[in-house]
Design a protein around this ligand. Sequence first.
Ligand code: ADP
Length: 398
Amino acid sequence: METVLVINAGSSSLKFQLFGVAAAGDLQRLVKGLVDGVGTSPRMRALGVDGVPLIDQGYSHDHIPDLSAAAQLAGTWLSERQGFNLVAVGHRVVQGGPDHDQPLRVNESVLRNLERFVPLAPLHQPGNLEPIRMLLQSRPDLPQVACFDTGFHRGHTDVADYYALPRRFHGRGARRYGFHGLSYEYVSARLREVAPKIADQRVIVAHLGNGASMCAIFAGRSIETTMGFTALDGLPMGTRCGQIDPGVILYLMTETGMTATEIQDLLYRESGLKGLSGISSDVRDLLESDSPQAAFALDYFVYRVGLYAGTLAAALNGLDAFVFTAGIGENSALMRARIVENLAWLGAELDPVANAEGRLAISTSSSRIVLLVVPTDEELMIARHTLEVISKDTSGAK
Ligand code: ADP
């Protein structure tokens, strides 16, 4: 069977999924794996069809010193264990820069272009590109496709895309790129299948996971989103601060003497739910805790989701549907219920039974807006894009 490998490489972990390509071009997930602890104590885990465990093994740091080695480890294990016929690899690349609104096949010159965007996403882009570089060298004939988290938002109007800085800074790359685009694109496509009327209307999708953002979508296109230049902006997240007055950062630099690296660490790793609660970045831990700080962190999150619903509803000039997705949005009936309370002014009415059961539609029949839960699948989106790009290539575009 022909297969497509999807790689999502972070700073210290590499997630991978293998999809089989069935006769009609349908994709079937065969393996879902992770190499984490890269740089400290690497470990590879993988599950097969129906969640059957296939491997759970630790390695020495000398054996797997970096993400390239992690990608090689996963590739070798997959080829030995699965005996698959790999036709392409799709990569999640966080930053496509101003020009890339579509996934594309990577060669040396595309890779060099994507390297220019490292300063725009210094924590994510280098890790995303490392396995691509390694495979270009070791398997130059294997097609690789880069899929961008920013791509889905590239159609924003200028008023949505600019910061109110002197215009030349926009040309230098200081724009509101937006992220989680692969998730929004997947959910938006899925809406066409499960709620086709809604798919052409004014929709807010709330991607509420460890990273969290929200997107205003009209007729399947992103028109506004809560993240901007980096994945720090907008909602508070597990460990990221979300929206913050840039004056706070100037203050930290000038008055406390913190360095740029220390501030980066503070904003990306020590803030958000973790910083506010002092307990955990994980909503499950906070829901279980009886600490007032845990309750405060959750109140803060719920309040901000409500605030941004107002902002995005204004961008859409009204609202027809609100969609929950990602870890918190898909799994926590309690958080959904709390968030919907803050959407009452938009006419949202929750059906508590449907919500508790995690059904697709969780609003009452009299609710003015439709409330939905639509699980996201960024890896499947990447696999689809990868197949599309390589089939165009092989049909003569090369
Ligand atoms: P990532 O951004 O890493 O892809 P996910 O979308 O997988 O994150 O979301 C992970 C987060 O979802 C966890 O950190 C946790 O806060 C939250 N989560 C997952 N399951 C539940 C649950 N049953 N109840 C509440 N929160 C949950």
